[in-house]
Design a protein around this ligand. Structure first.
Ligand code: AMP
Ligand code: ZN
Length: 116
């Protein structure tokens, strides 16, 4: 598996070729604001290394853990003490549109259930 994929938007953000509003960083992960926010707070947490889905990231527990820990740190940093939603759309049918694994951190409004 390659470390980066030249045609991947999120690899280009990791590499600094595409600008992003970075809110936090860790050893294996990067967090930045979603360009089309679906809630008052909407950040994405991605592994620095290219993997297509969260399912593949699960093969690397250290990186998966790092991403979830950073997502929790972002939620705390953003003041989402009364709740937030951590979402990993996985696969086209689940509305994954960027095939570089990512966690959405959504908060700042009431969430509904079930999700659409
Ligand atoms: P998903 O549909 O789960 O694959 O989520 C992809 C997310 O990436 C969407 O919420 C997009 O709004 C977001 N997105 C796409 N391009 C950018 C970008 N250049 N910077 C930040 N977020 C982006
Ligand atoms: Zn990538």
């Amino acid at each position: 598996m390659s470390e980066t994929s030249p045609d991947c938007l999120f690899c280009r953000i990791v590499g600094g070729d595409v600008p992003a509003d970075v809110v936090a960083e860790s050893e294996h992960s990067l967090a930045f604001r979603d360009i089309e926010p679906q809630a008052p707070t909407h950040c994405l947490v991605i592994p620095r290394r290219h993997v297509a889905t969260v399912g593949e990231l699960a093969d690397h527990p250290d990186e998966l853990t790092d991403a979830v820990v950073l997502a929790a740190a972002v939620a705390a940093q953003e003041g989402l003490d009364d709740g937030y939603r951590l979402v990993a759309n996985t696969g086209a049918r689940a509305h994954q549109t960027v095939f570089h694994a990512h966690l959405h951190v959504l908060g700042g409004r009431d969430m509904t259930w079930p999700p659409g």
